[in-house]
Design a protein around this ligand. Sequence first.
Ligand code: ADP
Ligand code: MG
Length: 362
Amino acid sequence: MAEIRFADVAHSYRANPKAPADYALKPLRFAFENGGAYALLGPSGCGKTTLLNIISGLLQPSEGRVWFDGIDVTGLPPAKRNIAQVFQFPVIYDTMTVAENLAFPLRNRGLPKADIEKRVVEVAEMLDLARMLKRRASRLTADEKQKISLGRGLVRDDVAAILFDEPLTVIDPHLKWLLRRKLKEVHARFRHTLVYVTHDQNEALTFAEKVVVMYEGEVVQLGTPQELFERPAHRFVGYFIGSPGMNFLPCRLAGDGILIDGTDVMLGDPWLARARGREGARLELGVRPEFLHVSTAPGPTTLPVAVTRVEDLGNYKLVTARLGPHEIKAKLDEDAPVPTATAHLALAPQHTLLYADGRLVG
Ligand code: ADP
Ligand code: MG
């Protein structure tokens, strides 16, 4: 188990990178703490696999250093790094049996035979593979093969970290849920440093203690699921996490208020202070649908909206409304009165955040 630290690690797949757009990873400076369970979350192409391959040593970063527990491993090949990596698609030996496949990483390290057998049985039981240990891997389904890949990632208990690169892509939804729970159990028991890559927010939020959100080659936020929900550091996090995502309303500073499409909202001094000095930037107020409610009369922080749609989604109502050119979504309690065609949506100041050029201010 190790702490994995990035000191200005950046990577470009191009020979002579110049502009930021030439980089698959822009300079990163953060750490995965020893023993933590992390999800690495971001859309396809944002650099997740590139980062994992830099950790495991399959890829040398074009800039910066990687440290494991204070030791610089940037130049070390994968075999010297003691990392288990599970890929998106099964990587197993078809000609070997399930047991031989699971034993392979241990045999490679010269473990005594009895220890290997014990550990293989343990992992097989954990992943519900025990009854097929003697079968040849070539005869298994895609699901079963991927379970073996997971087992190979979990079989060693002396690794610095285990990296999972969207490992459940080929697995059916129900089994996915079970395996995710298993991985959580394994983490609670062995406390390996776990990095689990996914582009699915639900997977990330249920699995991880901390989530690293990536966007266009950048880590835009590292935080607990609650922090990502309550204080998105970047508009991408606001929009990507939550269902539906955060509302972003373009605004500008005007006198003692903040103006959204002609409506003055009086959020108070802290917001004005944040907005001052940022006049040159693209300013937006960010508010989650959960933190908007319908007010019976206009007030200092209400927005006059035209309600375009009300959907009853069981335990809440989803309201879609327009303020000038902007669409706003609000989630109301199931027993809240249905808003009429024109309504006043109230912002709660403590849940209203200011963004300048997409980044949280203050
Ligand atoms: P993710 O895993 O988040 O989908 P990747 O790390 O695979 O993203 O890719 C990040 C960016 O780098 C993408 O724009 C991708 O096209 C590019 N890329 C990935 N691998 C290579 C490669 N071997 N050669 C050139 N470009 C690559
Ligand atoms: Mg990938």
